[in-house]
Design a protein around this ligand. Structure first.
Ligand SMILES: Nc1nc2c(ncn2[C@@H]2O[C@H](COP(=O)(O)OP(=O)(O)O)[C@@H](O)[C@H]2O)c(=O)[nH]1
Ligand SMILES: [Mg+2]
Length: 374
């Protein structure tokens, strides 16, 4: 297999030369593979690029990609992955830091798992046998562990414990070549969560290999201060995108509810019987929610074409009328039996709404906006 280790660097002059030396020794342990190193240089002022150029004279499998400006870790990896895939025709790409926080000896351990058939091998600090530096301050440990638990539950991926590991091997064919690299959700550190989630959705067989995450050998950390909020934003965005229709449906439902309940109470106090008020407010809310759902909630599956639109609307009216009629009868029955008070009428009204909600979501998503199966 052709394996490309992608290493982004920014001011790693003290590390990159030694790292390439050590990696070359590691490559010798698996002579059947064709190993390459691709350094993605963020235009460091400390001469990192020159050190790489010197080493390139010795190692023909060492390559340098120059960014015009430092654009963040995510951007550097996207640039490197594309070159590794399209230019170098890699079968496997490895993500790795330049600062010896990732033990070069672990590279072959990751590769061995790819060979066993895994598509995405994560060097994990939070699986049995893995660790983070004891020297880290409590706060940093807390956020690192807590952030991973949060990601796990919000994203619903339970076979991964380390969502922000920067040490991974990924199969290109069927996986990296299908990732939407041009639209990653973060140009910074949080790209890791985004790509992990998308690899999972692509059905990658994921394996965690325990790693001991070391302390940075030399030089300074480039970790940005907004990493935490950026990661949080990525996790929430991923979740929202998955459940967009449902979230929007709830928002439209909320608006529909306010229109419905507001009008119901105004009408029943003012001019109509409770039963008729429930009917009138129900139909008004129905039209409002239809328009909102069509143009927003199920927007991607918007009903186009006049004929289809009319047909869709008819089906919608017929199906929505059922819970509205049921509710109106329930309200009528309740006020006749228990007295026409605000409490009685609104309780019956609410029960009717819950029934309507279940009914409508089922009908909307299964029949009206079900989308064309291609
Ligand atoms: N090209 C490039 N490399 C970067 C950038 N930010 C960080 N790096 C490199 O990415 C790796 C990880 O960064 P590091 O500062 O070690 O992050 P930390 O381990 O979370 O403290 C290191 O090799 C850095 O030199 C960037 O914006 N562009
Ligand atoms: Mg580091």
């Amino acid at each position: 297999m052709k394996i490309v280790i992608v290493i982004p660097t920014y001011n790693e002059a003290d590390n990159i030369g030694r790292l390439t030396d050590v990696l070359q020794q590691e490559f010798l342990k698996r002579p059947k593979h064709d190993f390459h190193i691709l350094v993605v240089e963020g235009n460091s002022p400390d001469g990192t690029a020159n050190i790489v150029r010197e080493k390139m004279k010795v190692y023909p499998n060492l390559h340098l990609l120059m960014e015009k400006v430092k654009a963040g870790l995510g951007a550097a990896y996207v640039y490197g992955f594309k070159e590794a895939m399209n230019g170098m025709r890699a079968d496997v790409v490895v993500e790795m830091d330049a600062d010896f926080q990732h033990d070069p000896k672990d590279v072959v351990r990751l590769i061995d798992e790819i060979e066993k058939g895994y598509d995405y091998v994560v060097g994990s600090r939070f699986t049995k046998g893995g660790s983070i530096p004891e020297e880290w301050a409590f706060k940093r440990k807390f956020f690192s562990v807590g952030g991973n638990i949060f990601s796990k539950f919000v994203l619903g991926i339970f076979n991964v414990n380390d969502f922000t590991s920067g040490f991974k091997a990924s199969r290109v064919k069927g996986f990296v070549d299908r990732l939407p690299l041009d639209t990653i959700l973060s140009q910074g550190f949080a790209y890791k969560i985004d790509l992990l989630f998308k690899m999972h959705r692509l059905g990658a067989k994921i394996k965690e290999v325990p790693i001991k995450f070391g302390l940075r050998d030399r030089g300074d950390s480039k970790m940005e201060k907004n990493n935490m909020t950026d990661s949080l934003r990525v996790v929430v965005t991923l979740r929202y995108n998955e459940n967009k229709n449902f979230v929007r449906f709830l928002v439209v439902g909320g608006i529909g509810f306010i229109v419905d309940a507001g009008l119901f109470n105004i009408l029943r106090i003012g001019i109509l019987s409770s039963r008729s008020a429930a009917l009138a407010s129900g139909f008004t809310a129905m039209i409002v929610t239809f328009l909102l759902n069509n143009y927003w909630s199920f927007g991607e599956r918007k009903i186009d074409g006049t004929k289809k639109k009319v047909l869709g609307f008819v089906v919608y009216i017929v199906s929505s009328s059922i819970p509205i009629a049921v509710r109106s009868r329930l309200v009528g029955f309740s006020v006749n039996t228990f007295g026409d008070t605000t409490l009685v009428s609104n309780t019956a009204f609410l029960i009717g709404i819950i029934f309507g909600l279940i009914w409508n979501f089922t009908v909307y998503s299964k029949i009206i906006w079900k989308g064309d199966k291609k």
